[in-house]
Design a protein around this ligand. Structure first.
Ligand SMILES: CC(C)(COP(=O)(O)OP(=O)(O)OC[C@H]1O[C@@H](n2cnc3c(N)ncnc32)[C@H](O)[C@@H]1OP(=O)(O)O)[C@@H](O)C(=O)NCCC(=O)NCCS
Length: 143
């Protein structure tokens, strides 16, 4: 297993990975924009040449890091990889003087327990935030 920075020639593979591992659908150009804004904050985890997870974020004003996507193939969940990716992206963001990390998670998702374990707290609710009408929970962690 290796963690690398996302390359644009991996875009098709990334789209296939996300289509089968996330409920939301995204357009390709979204990921090119995310990478263009902050290439160091776009991590890919591979087993041999196969993408098994990704984590990407954006640097926002007011010393804030927003996690945009964190997802692992189910065979790779529960092995400490999510925590490792989160620690790595936070480390990459330190150079920007980041003081706060923010993200949204589905209200019905087990990810909320994961983020709580990592020190995040729920701070707001976004009604009908997701494409299927599920509420979003805004979570934050102070560094
Ligand atoms: C959520 C996700 C990124 C977590 O990554 P992971 O590699 O499975 O989690 P880790 O193994 O790093 O777990 C870190 C800690 O959180 C806990 N945890 C992880 N998932 C958990 C769950 N579903 N329920 C309870 N605790 C959980 C672990 O027990 C671990 O605790 P510890 O440090 O005390 O041992 C991953 O499971 C995933 O991709 N899920 C599906 C997609 C998703 O929901 N993404 C988030 C959308 S906002």
């Amino acid at each position: 297993m290796k963690i690398t920075k996302f390359r644009t020639d991996e875009l098709d593979d990334l789209m296939i990975f996300l289509d089968s591992n996330l409920e939301e659908n995204y357009e390709k150009k979204v990921f090119l924009n995310i990478r263009q804004r902050w290439p160091e904050g776009f991590l890919i985890i591979k087993n041999k040449e196969t993408i098994v997870g990704t984590c990407c974020g954006a640097i926002l004003p007011n010393e804030k890091l927003r996690i945009l996507i964190l997802v692992l193939h189910e065979d790779y969940q529960g092995k400490g990889i999510g925590k490792q990716l989160m620690n790595l992206i936070i480390k990459e963001s330190i150079i920007f003087g980041i003081k706060k990390v923010t993200l949204e998670a589905r209200k019905d998702s087990k990810a909320i327990t994961f983020y709580r374990k990592l020190g995040f707290s729920s701070v707001d609710v976004l009604p009908c935030y997701y494409q299927d009408g599920c509420d979003g929970i805004v979570m934050e962690k102070h560094l």
